[in-house]
Design a protein around this ligand. Structure first.
Ligand SMILES: Cc1cc2nc3c(=O)[nH]c(=O)nc-3n(C[C@H](O)[C@H](O)[C@H](O)COP(=O)(O)O)c2cc1C
Length: 206
């Protein structure tokens, strides 16, 4: 049995466009256990003075940590373990200010730990998450696929880069754009995103 990790930040709840797409994906999951993290409730730690030093000491300088320092990294370690024990990671969030909301970036910062999900040796980077799949689901108010705003899309593109850096073997991203535009644009883009999500779920959970 495979394991799917669902990482969501959809604070608008039932009104959320992103949640509609995620719910469709979840309804198609077969033969897989599901673990879910709600980043709006279970907020990842951010790197501040003491925990950043503990991370560098442990994973770059290979120094022993005190019990107190280990504790400072325990939430990051737990979130990293959730990813490492999964076969498929599904991440869903709305675009905020042309990128991912801060809590989602904090989640990436929590799991992209040297020696755990990626490594560097002799100046070369290597992702350690080989064999795993990652899917990012984003919805946005504006449109980015064509036109003058094309270069402003840093949500799906950043997610894809982060998962690729960690070595995920398959990385997919879906952007349901134009959610704050005309009603017909919104409904046709939402329908397109739902179709895309069904196709990915069908491929991944045959
Ligand atoms: C704080 C905030 C910032 C936003 N920033 C952007 C943005 O930079 N670009 C954009 O296209 N839409 C932006 N939006 C609109 C949302 O991305 C869009 O309405 C999305 O569909 C909301 O997702 P949800 O329905 O899952 O909550 C922003 C919305 C909020 C609340």
């Amino acid at each position: 049995m495979t394991k799917t990790l669902v990482v969501k930040y959809v604070p608008r709840g039932e009104r959320s466009n992103t949640k509609k797409i995620l719910t469709e994906f979840k309804s198609k999951i077969k033969n897989s256990t599901i673990e879910e993290i709600d980043l709006a409730k279970n907020t990842p730690d951010m790197f501040l003075d003491d925990n950043l030093m503990a991370y560098i000491q442990r994973d770059y300088l290979k120094q022993n940590l005190s019990a107190e320092q280990k504790n400072l990294l325990s939430k990051m370690d737990k979130m990293t373990e959730q990813v490492k024990s999964s076969d498929i990671v599904v991440l869903a969030y709305p675009m905020f200010n042309f990128s991912m909301p801060a809590v989602v970036k904090a989640w990436f910062d929590s799991i992209m730990l040297k020696g755990h999900t990626w490594n560097a040796q002799d100046g070369k980077y290597a992702g350690l998450m080989k064999g795993k799949k990652a899917l990012t689901i984003v919805s946005s108010g504006g449109s980015y696929s064509t036109g003058p705003m094309k270069a402003w899309e840093h949500a799906v593109s950043l997610s894809n880069s982060e998962f690729q850096f960690m070595g995920f073997s398959e990385v997919r991203g879906i952007l349901a754009e134009g959610m704050n535009g005309a009603e017909n644009t919104k409904s046709s883009n939402l329908a397109k995103a739902l179709e895309e999500i069904q196709a990915i779920a069908h491929e991944w959970y045959q």
